[in-house]
Write a protein that binds this ligand. Sequence first.
Ligand code: HEC
Ligand code: HEC
Ligand code: HEC
Ligand code: HEC
Ligand code: HEC
Ligand code: HEC
Ligand code: HEC
Ligand code: HEC
Ligand code: HEC
Length: 261
Amino acid sequence: MKKFISILTFHVLFLFFSLINTSFSQEANPCLMCHANLKEAKYIHNPITMGCEACHKSMPGKNHPEKGSIILVQTMPGLCYNCHDETKLKGKTIHPPVSKGMCTGCHNPHSSNNEKLLKLTNRELCFSCHDKNKFEKKYTHKVINVIGCSTCHNPHASNNPSLLPNPINDLCTTCHKAQSSGIHIVALPGGKIHPIKDVKDISTLKIIKVPDPVNPKRQIEMPDPKVPGKDLSCVSCHNPHSSDYSKLFPVQRICLKCHKY
Ligand code: HEC
Ligand code: HEC
Ligand code: HEC
Ligand code: HEC
Ligand code: HEC
Ligand code: HEC
Ligand code: HEC
Ligand code: HEC
Ligand code: HEC
C-alpha cells in the first residue's frame, strides 16, 4: 500500500511538474512578452518554436529596444541557407531578389497566414514588385487571371530563360496542342508550314551595311554578327501576358513585325 501511495505521489508530482513545465516553456521566451504578434498567425516558421536565438543576437553594450541592439546572427541570405538547401534555389536564371538575398521580399521570416510563409498570395505577391499594368492590358491571357503567374514561372530559379519551367514552345503547347506545328499561322502554297522555331526572329536582328565582296563599291545589307538575336518562338507573335491587340499580338499587324510587303 505504502509503495502504491509513493508511486501515486510520484505520478501526481510528475504530472504537476510537467504541467508547470509546459506552461512555463510557452512563457520561457522573454522576447514574446513584447513581440507576441510575431507568433499570431496560421503558419509559424519552425525555428521560432526553438527560440529567437536561431536568427537574432544581442549587441553587447546596447539596451534593447535601442536601434541596433538586436541584430541578425548572420547576413541574408546566408542566414536562411544555414537550414535550407541553397542548391534548390540555383539555376541558370536566378530571380534577382533571390540572388540579392531579399528572401524577406516574399517570405515573412516569423509567421504568416499564407502557406510557405508568403507575405501575399498568387499574383498579388508578384505585383508587389512588378508593374501590374503590364499584365492587365485590354486583352489578358486567361491563365493569368485564372491560375496566376506560377503556371509559367518558378519563383526562385530555373535552367530556362525568364524563370520558365520549360522552353517557351513546350510550355505553350502543353495547353495549346493545336498550334504546336505552326499550321495555324498562315496557309502557304504546297502545304508548307510557317516556321515556329529553329530560325531567328528577324525583328530582333540588327541589319548593318557592309561592302559587297563582289563589287566593293556597292553596299549590301546583312545581320550584324555581333547581335545574335532571339530565336523565333510563340512569343515572337504573342505576348504571354497581355496586349492591346487581339490574339495577344504585340503589334496590330503581326506579319509586318518581320516582313516588309
Ligand atoms: C520590453 C519589451 C521588449 C522585449 C522583452 C523585447 N523587445 Fe524587441 N523590441 C521592442 C520594441 C519596443 C522595439 C522597437 C519597435 C518595434 O520594432 O517593434 C523592438 C525591436 C526589436 C527588433 C528590431 C530591431 C531593430 O533594430 O530594428 C528586433 C530584431 C527585436 N526587437 C528582437 C527582440 C528579441 C530577439 C527579443 C528577446 C531577446 C526582444 N526583442 C525582446 C520591445 C521589446
Ligand atoms: C528564421 C530566422 C528568424 C527567427 C527564428 C526569428 N527572426 Fe526575427 N527577423 C528575422 C529576419 C530575417 C528579420 C528581418 C526582416 C526584414 O528584413 O524584413 C527579422 C526581424 C525581426 C523584427 C523586426 C520587425 C519585423 O517584424 O520584421 C523583430 C521585432 C523580430 N525579428 C523579432 C523576433 C523575435 C521576438 C523572434 C523569436 C520569437 C524572432 N524574431 C525570431 C529572422 C528571424
Ligand atoms: C534554424 C533553422 C532555420 C533557419 C535559419 C531558417 N529556416 Fe526556414 N524552415 C526551417 C524548418 C525546420 C522548416 C520546416 C521544415 C521544412 O519545410 O523544411 C522551415 C520551413 C520554411 C519554409 C516553408 C514553410 C512551409 O509552410 O512549408 C519557408 C518558406 C522558409 N522556411 C523560409 C525561410 C527563410 C526565408 C529563412 C531566412 C530568413 C529561413 N527559412 C531560415 C528552419 C529554418
Ligand atoms: C519572388 C518571391 C520569392 C522570393 C524572393 C523568395 N521566395 Fe521562397 N518561395 C516563393 C514561393 C511563391 C514559394 C512557394 C512555391 C511553391 O509552393 O511551390 C516559395 C517557397 C519556398 C520554400 C519552401 C519550399 C518547399 O518546397 O516547400 C523555401 C524553403 C523558400 N521558399 C526559401 C526561400 C529563400 C531562402 C529565399 C531567399 C534566398 C526565398 N525563398 C526567396 C517565393 C519567393
Ligand atoms: C521583391 C521584389 C520582387 C518580387 C516580389 C517579384 N519579383 Fe520578379 N523580379 C524582381 C526584379 C528586381 C527583377 C529584375 C528586373 C525586372 O526584370 O523587372 C525581376 C525579374 C523577374 C523576371 C525576369 C527574370 C529574367 O531573368 O528574365 C521574371 C520572369 C519575374 N521576375 C517573375 C516574377 C514572378 C512570377 C513573381 C511572383 C511570384 C515575382 N517576379 C515577384 C523583383 C521581384
Ligand atoms: C502563359 C505563361 C505565362 C504566364 C501565366 C506569365 N508569364 Fe511572365 N513570361 C512568360 C514568357 C514566355 C516570358 C518570356 C517572354 C520573352 O522572352 O519575350 C515571360 C517573361 C516575364 C518577365 C520578364 C520580361 C518582361 O516582360 O518584363 C516578367 C517580369 C514576367 N514574365 C512576370 C510575370 C508575372 C508577374 C506574371 C503573373 C502576373 C507572369 N509573368 C505570368 C510566360 C508567362
Ligand atoms: C495553363 C494553360 C496555358 C498555357 C501554359 C498557355 N496558355 Fe494561352 N491560353 C490559355 C487559355 C485557357 C486561353 C483562353 C482560351 C479561350 O478563351 O478560349 C488562352 C488563350 C491564348 C491565346 C488567344 C488569345 C485570344 O485573344 O484569342 C493566345 C494567342 C495564347 N493563349 C498564347 C499562348 C502562348 C504564346 C503561351 C506560351 C507563352 C500560352 N498561351 C500558354 C491557356 C494556356
Ligand atoms: C509567326 C507568327 C506566329 C507564331 C510564331 C505563332 N503564332 Fe499563334 N497565331 C498567329 C496568328 C496570325 C494567329 C491568328 C490566326 C487566325 O486568326 O486564324 C494566331 C492565333 C493563335 C491562337 C488563337 C487561336 C486561334 O486559332 O485563333 C493561339 C492559342 C495561338 N496562336 C498559339 C500559338 C502558340 C502556342 C504558338 C507557338 C507554338 C504560336 N501561336 C506561334 C501567329 C503566330
Ligand atoms: C517574328 C517574325 C515573323 C513574323 C511576325 C512573321 N514571320 Fe513569316 N517568316 C519569318 C521567318 C524567320 C521566316 C523564315 C525565313 C527563312 O526561312 O529565311 C518566315 C517565312 C515566311 C514565309 C515564307 C515561307 C517559306 O517557307 O517560304 C511566308 C509566306 C511568311 N513568312 C508569311 C508570314 C505571314 C503571312 C505572317 C503573319 C501572319 C508572318 N509571316 C509573320 C518570321 C516571321
